[in-house]
Ligand binder design. Structure first.
Ligand code: GLU
Length: 500
């Protein structure tokens, strides 16, 4: 087989989409598996929708994922330029070639005629489409119109009959009736190419062997195949990946999911976890293995491991995977490097962080990572180690009856004289300990208090926790006190006691 060359061809029209990374991932995996190359091409022919910032975000986010390309606008390569806006002359030349070989034609129909035609078709309940009027213009008529500088587009001649077969690597043969497919505009009246022309010309000139793209492009593929035939070029292998879906199985959308890769970066998802999650969308590694690296996926890649069942983009699953990567795939010191910016961002940490020596920071991470879903959450979950001043939970607007009840219950417990005695007793016991007494020793002290005041854990441990952290849940009390030291612990408890 000739060399495998694949590409991702995003349009820079908005936030960098998770779907782009998804498609890039599968292209990348095939290229690596086959020792081929991976190209990034920017499809910016639609000047009205193109946003300057978007291209850089595509570069940055795909690089963040580790999906590096061998050829592209920023790295160059033998088939450049890799930005379609820099290739307009090429498309004009190829459109002309199709005119010359009789597989495309000039269409001089005005906007007005096309609108009337569409309205008539809709009124007659017919599928809207071009009626091919200009396809039968004689050479002389065309020459006269061109001489008169009438505005025109160039359209592709679709066959009047027969079928076009899309041979899809995942879906088998998909048949389209040629006469139901519009004579696609290839070159617009302003001389700009349409997506179809630019995409096919570039895939050919860039030597693309496999077009792996999203399912939504299937309807365009018969037009692309007709273009390959009109040029006399060999078509690539087609592979239309399943669409990513919301939980309700509709096409993934901003309203129901975070679709911008920037959101995942800003919230501290690890790139390895993100890729692993995307890889699981319709792809099975084998042996029920769910956690694997990009390299492992690439080595093990084949089309028959992809299923078409409409993979659901389930953030809970991503959270689960991200937690595994934070806990098991990173050393604490690697995690610390990744997490530090999130700690600094959560303002109240910055000052304290400098005073905490590295060992403590690592200990805190080891505790908080157990339940954290991302680095931002890791920083939030670690707040109990840093926040010396805090408010106790209060009943707030919007809370449900259960939450209100549990807060009321908490205050009732805290106002109980015996509970208060327990807290004071704990403070006086702690006072006699070393500054960073062990987690186990603190547990012992809490048990002693429980026995001495004859109360259950819920009436000793929970109140101490609230006084110490302002929260009813969190890491083991012993570990918090061990890490922050008894001086800070006692001062926190005392100031909470004063406030209540
Ligand atoms: N520019 C198209 C996109 O934005 C490329 C589709 C294709 O891969 O052919 O997805």
């Amino acid at each position: 087989m000739s060399q495998v060359k694949v590409r991702i061809a995003p349009s820079p029209t908005g936030d960098p989409h998770v779907g782009t990374a998804y498609i890039a991932l599968f292209n990348y995996a095939l290229a690596k598996k086959k020792g081929g190359t991976f190209t990034l091409r920017i499809e910016d022919t639609d000047r009205t929708r193109t946003q300057a910032s978007s291209e850089k975000q595509i570069f940055d986010t795909l690089r963040w994922c580790g999906l590096n390309w061998d050829e592209g606008p920023d790295v160059g390569g033998p088939s450049g330029p890799y930005r379609q806006s820099e290739r307009f002359d090429i498309y004009k030349k190829y459109a002309q070639e199709l005119i010359d070989n009789g597989t495309a034609y000039y269409c001089f129909c005005t906007e007005e005629r096309l609108n009337n035609l569409r309205e008539r078709q809709i009124a007659m309940k017919k599928a809207p489409g071009y009626d091919r009027q200009c396809r039968s213009l004689s050479k002389e008529e065309v020459a006269a119109k061109l001489a008169a500088e009438e505005s025109y587009v160039i359209r592709l001649k679709m066959p009047y009959e027969g079928q076009i077969v899309v041979k899809d690597a995942l879906r088998g043969d998909i048949l389209f009736d040629s006469d139901k497919i519009d004579d696609q505009v290839l070159l617009k009246s302003d001389g700009f190419p349409t997506y179809h022309l630019a995409n096919v010309v570039d895939d050919h000139l860039m030597g693309i062997s496999h077009v792996i793209r999203a399912e939504e492009w299937i309807a365009s593929t018969p037009k692309h195949i007709q273009l390959y035939r009109s040029f006399g070029w060999q078509e690539p292998v087609w592979c239309h990946m399943p669409l990513l879906r919301n939980n309700d199985k509709t096409k993934i959308s901003k309203r129901k999911n975070h679709t911008s890769l920037l959101w995942y970066i800003e919230n501290g998802y690890l790139k390895e976890a993100m890729l692993n999650f995307l890889a699981l969308m319709g792809y099975s590694y084998g042996d029920n293995k769910e956690i694997f690296t990009l390299e492992e996926m690439a080595q093990n890649f084949s089309f028959d491991k992809i299923s078409l069942g409409g993979p659901v983009f389930d953030i809970q699953k991503l959270n689960w995977i991200n937690n595994i990567y934070m806990r098991e795939k990173k050393t604490t010191s690697e995690l610390a490097d990744l997490a530090l910016p999130f700690f600094v961002e959560a303002r109240f940490y910055s000052e304290k962080l400098n005073s905490i020596e590295e060992g403590n920071f690592h200990k805190i991470l080891d505790i908080s990572k157990e339940s954290a879903i991302n680095l931002k959450d890791l920083a939030e979950k670690s707040s109990v180690f840093f926040k010396d001043s805090f408010e106790l939970p209060k009943v707030e607007v919007g809370m449900d009856a259960k939450e209100i009840k549990s807060i009321e219950k908490m205050y009732e417990t805290l106002s109980d004289a015996n509970v208060k005695l327990g807290i004071s007793l704990f403070v006086s016991k702690l006072q006699k300990e070393d500054e960073n007494t062990s987690q186990e020793r603190i547990k012992e002290l809490l048990h002693e208090v429980m026995e001495e005041v004859a109360e259950k854990p819920g009436r000793v441990i929970m109140p101490v926790r609230i006084m110490l952290t302002g929260e009813s849940k969190g890491p083991d009390l012993g570990s918090i006190i061990h890490i922050i030291g008894k001086t800070r612990a006692i001062s926190r408890i005392q100031s909470s006691l004063q406030k209540n």
